[in-house]
Write a protein that binds this ligand. Structure first.
Ligand code: PNW
Length: 453
C-alpha cells in the first residue's frame, strides 16, 4: 500500500460502507480555511472579533490567512478530486456574500460559483452548509442569536444564496452544530461571541432553530432538486461511577446535547428534562415556532467525535470528569466508536420519523510525525477505520446511514485552539502553504479506488 499500512482493517470486508453507493467525503468550513478576511468586500464576522479579543483564541491566532483557500481554491479542488472522494462538504461565509443592507455581494458570490463549478467539472458532489458559525458582526451588534430578528435575517440570507447558487449544489444544510453556536457561544463563552449565561444559550438555540425552519421554504422554492437538512453534533456520556445518580447525570448530558435539538426538529417540542436540568431557562417560544422548527427535512447530518464521563453534581445537574487510562486524541477527547453506533440506533428507536442520516463530520487531531517528506498519522487512520466499522454496525442494526465525511480535508483553524490542533488528512505547512497528503489520506485514496459497485 502507498502509505505502508494495512488500510482499513476494522471495517468488515463485506460492509455496504465499502461499496460505491455509500457516499464518502471530506469536510471543511469557510472561516477555518479561507483566509482573505477582508478581500472583495467581506464583512467582519463574530469570529474575527473574537480572535482579536485577548485570551480567547490560543496564541492569538486569527482566520486572516488560514489555509489561503480563497486563493488556492482550484488547487484544493484538484486535491479533493484526486483523493477519489464522492463529495465535499463546505460552508458559505455569510459575511462574504451579503452586504449590510441585505443586498448581494457579487464578488463573494463569484468565488463560490467558481468553486462549485470546478468541483462539478471534477465530478465531486457538493454538500453546502449555510451557517458554520461566522455570523456577520453587525448582526451580533444588534443582539446576534439572542435577537429574534437574526432568525429572519438568516432566512433572507438563505433565500439570496439559494437563488444565486441554485443548480450548483448537491445538498443544502442550514446550520452546522447549533448546539455549539448556542452553548459554546452564548452559554460558556468558549466560542464567539463569548457570552456567558445559560438563559442566553436556550434563547440563542431557539432562534438558531427558528432560522433553520424559516430558511427551508426558500431553499425548496429556489432549488427544488437539492435535498435540505441540518447538521447536529451529538454527544455520548457514560456514568463516572455505577450509581443511579451518575446514570441519571449521563442521561441528562445526552438530553442537553442531543434531545434538545432532535426533539425540537423531530417532535416539535423541547424535552422536559432540559428544564429540570436548567430551571428558569425556557426560551421565549411564540405560537407557531415549533411547527416552523419541525418542518420536514430530507436528511439529518450528524457530527460525532467522542464520549464524555459525567457524575451527578449533587443537585439536579451533571459535571464532566476526566477518567484516566482511556485512549484519547490530541483534543483530550476519548476515542469511543461504539458510542456512535449506540447513539445512532438509539435515535432510530426514539424517532420514528428519523430522516436518512449522513455522518457529516468525524475525525481526530493527533500528533502527526513529519519525516522525509512523509506525514505519519497512524492514529487518525485507525480512528476513521473504527468509526466506519461502527457506522457499518449501525446500518446492520437498521439505521439508514447514507454517507460519511472525514473532518477534515486540511489542517485548519481549530476555533479556540487556533492552529495548534491538526485535523486534516492533508498536512498544511502554514509557512509555505504547501499541502502534503498524510499517510491516512494515502490509505483512504487506496480504499476509495478499491470500491466495488
Ligand atoms: C466541530 N465540543 O466543532 C465543528 O463543526 C468543526 O468546525 C470543528 O473543527 C470540529 O468539530 C473539530 O472540533 C466542535 O467542545 C467543537 O464538544 C467543539 C466541540 C464539538 C464540536
Amino acid at each position: 500500500r502507498s502509505d505502508g499500512s494495512s488500510g482499513l482493517v476494522h471495517l468488515r470486508p463485506d460492509s455496504p460502507v465499502r461499496r460505491k453507493g455509500f457516499l464518502m467525503g471530506v469536510a471543511t468550513a469557510a472561516f477555518q480555511i479561507e483566509g482573505a478576511s477582508d478581500a472583495d468586500g467581506r464583512l467582519p464576522s463574530i469570529w474575527d472579533t473574537f480572535c482579536r479579543t485577548p485570551g480567547k483564541v490560543l496564541n492569538g491566532d486569527t482566520g486572516d490567512v488560514a489555509c489561503r483557500h480563497y486563493e488556492k481554491w482550484a488547487e484544493d479542488v484538484d486535491l479533493i478530486a484526486d483523493l477519489g472522494v464522492d463529495a465535499y462538504r463546505l460552508s458559505i461565509a455569510w459575511p462574504r456574500v451579503m452586504q449590510r443592507d441585505g443586498s448581494r455581494n457579487e464578488k463573494g458570490l463569484d468565488f463560490y460559483k467558481r468553486l462549485l463549478d470546478r468541483l462539478r467539472e471534477r465530478g465531486v458532489q457538493t454538500y453546502v452548509t449555510l451557517y458554520h458559525w461566522d455570523l456577520p458582526q453587525h448582526l451580533e451588534d444588534r443582539g446576534g442569536w439572542l435577537n429574534r430578528e437574526t432568525s429572519y435575517r438568516f432566512a433572507d440570507y438563505a433565500d439570496l444564496v439559494s437563488r444565486e447558487l441554485a443548480g450548483r449544489v448537491t445538498a443544502w444544510a442550514t446550520l452546522n452544530e447549533p448546539w455549539c453556536s448556542a452553548y459554546l457561544g452564548y452559554g460558556n463563552g468558549h466560542h464567539a461571541p463569548g457570552r456567558t449565561d445559560r438563559r442566553y444559550a436556550t434563547q440563542a438555540l431557539h432562534h438558531l432553530l427558528l432560522g433553520h425552519g424559516l430558511a427551508l421554504p426558500a431553499l425548496q422554492a429556489n432549488d427544488p432538486q437539492a435535498p435540505r437538512g441540518i447538521v447536529a453534533n451529538v454527544g455520548a456520556a457514560a456514568p463516572a461511577r455505577p450509581t443511579p445518580e451518575d446514570h441519571d447525570a449521563a442521561h441528562l448530558y445526552e438530553v442537553q446535547h442531543n434531545a434538545w435539538i432532535l426533539d425540537a426538529l423531530l417532535r416539535q417540542r423541547y424535552p422536559d428534562d432540559l428544564f429540570r436540568l436548567w430551571p428558569r431557562t425556557e426560551p421565549l417560544v411564540l405560537p407557531g415556532d415549533m411547527e416552523v422548527i419541525g418542518r420536514p427535512i430530507d436528511y439529518l447530518g450528524i457530527n460525532y467525535y467522542y464520549r464524555s464521563h459525567v457524575r451527578s453534581d449533587g443537585a439536579n445537574g451533571f459535571v464532566e470528569v476526566r477518567v484516566d487510562g482511556l485512549e484519547r486524541t490530541q483534543m483530550d477527547w476519548e476515542v469511543h466508536p461504539d458510542s456512535l453506533r449506540r447513539l445512532l440506533t438509539g435515535f432510530r428507536q426514539a424517532y420514528p420519523n428519523l430522516p436518512p442520516i449522513y455522518i457529516t463530520e468525524n475525525g481526530c487531531a493527533c500528533d502527526d510525525r513529519v519525516e522525509d517528506g512523509r506525514v505519519h498519522d497512524p492514529e487518525r487512520l485507525s480512528y476513521i477505520d473504527r468509526h466506519l466499522a461502527a457506522v457499518d454496525e449501525a446500518i446492520r442494526e437498521g439505521v439508514d446511514v447514507r454517507g460519511y465525511f472525514i473532518w477534515s480535508l486540511l489542517d485548519n483553524f481549530e476555533w479556540a485552539f487556533g492552529y495548534s490542533r491538526r485535523f486534516g488528512i492533508v498536512h498544511v505547512d502554514y509557512q509555505t502553504q504547501a499541502r502534503t497528503l498524510k499517510d491516512s489520506a494515502l490509505a483512504i485514496r487506496d480504499f476509495l479506488a478499491s470500491r466495488q459497485p
